[in-house]
Design a protein around this ligand. Sequence first.
Ligand code: C2E
Ligand code: MG
Ligand code: MG
Ligand code: MG
Length: 280
Amino acid sequence: QAKQAGGNLIRFFNPKMQESINARITLENELRIAIEKSQFHLYYQIQMDSDNRVLGAEALIRWTNPEHGLVLPATFIPIAEETGLILSIGKWVIETACAQIKVWQKKSQTRDLTLAVNVSAKQFRQKDFVDQVQSAVQRHAIPGNLLKLELTESLLQYDTEVTIAMMKALNKIGVQFSLDDFGTGYSSLQYLKRLPLDQFKIDQSFVRDIATDNNDKAIVKAIIAMAQILDIDVIAEGVETEEQQQLLLGKGCTLYQGYLFSKPIPIDQFDALIGRFTDS
Ligand code: C2E
Ligand code: MG
Ligand code: MG
Ligand code: MG
């Protein structure tokens, strides 16, 4: 058809579509270069408890693009997932996280910090994912229980038996699991009780308006009740105000992450922040 019309297929796209296709191809190529040239780094966002004790951090990936500067994951993680580049990126994240835990091990002040790492579905579904994590933990000689993998509800919904077996294998070396963005999926209690989870992470969309929105209040209450039944931790993400923290505490959520404490920051700044929280 396109040939008969005397042109190539591109002609059937409008210019806007062509522009976005070009942008995608460029981004994909740039991501490949980013992997080769080590343009990724991790930012660290502190996690606290209600007694102002530091629990650890969540590692959040950043990309320093030579042309565009700091690029946030929302821009490139979806493309990395579609293209499969997430496999090498994800492997790098786990390596870097384990190396950081090892560095923290050398100082008494940071020895017990846990580090949470986001794992995407494609990454988790790799045949050798368990091996990758085990090998990183062992090579860096770190206590496995300081590494926490953040999984999402949608990831857990498929191949439940395989997923449980993988989680249990990693549990054997201490690795912990947190259910990220909890409340945005459709997990039932029946189903959740089969998964060896250590933590629910309340999605920030329920925290944002917790002071004014009765639905959000009810959802948060339900999540905390489920966690209590299952005997697992609850942490809230996106905590920005003291009012939100107090309301969460009132409902029984004692672990927090959000701009109220700190934005995600580079490692040197994070270490300085830890110093301030743990001095005295
Ligand atoms: P997430 O895992 O749910 O991470 C929480 C996001 O909320 C982060 O955005 C964080 O910077 C932001 N945030 C934290 N506290 C607050 C707050 O108080 N208020 C508001 N408004 N936002 C807050 P970020 O760093 O842009 O990451 C976005 C998402 O990208 C993450 O959501 C995660 O799904 C994904 N991601 C980040 N790093 C990685 C990674 O290494 N691997 C994979 N597969 N995904 C990653
Ligand atoms: Mg997360
Ligand atoms: Mg989250
Ligand atoms: Mg979220």
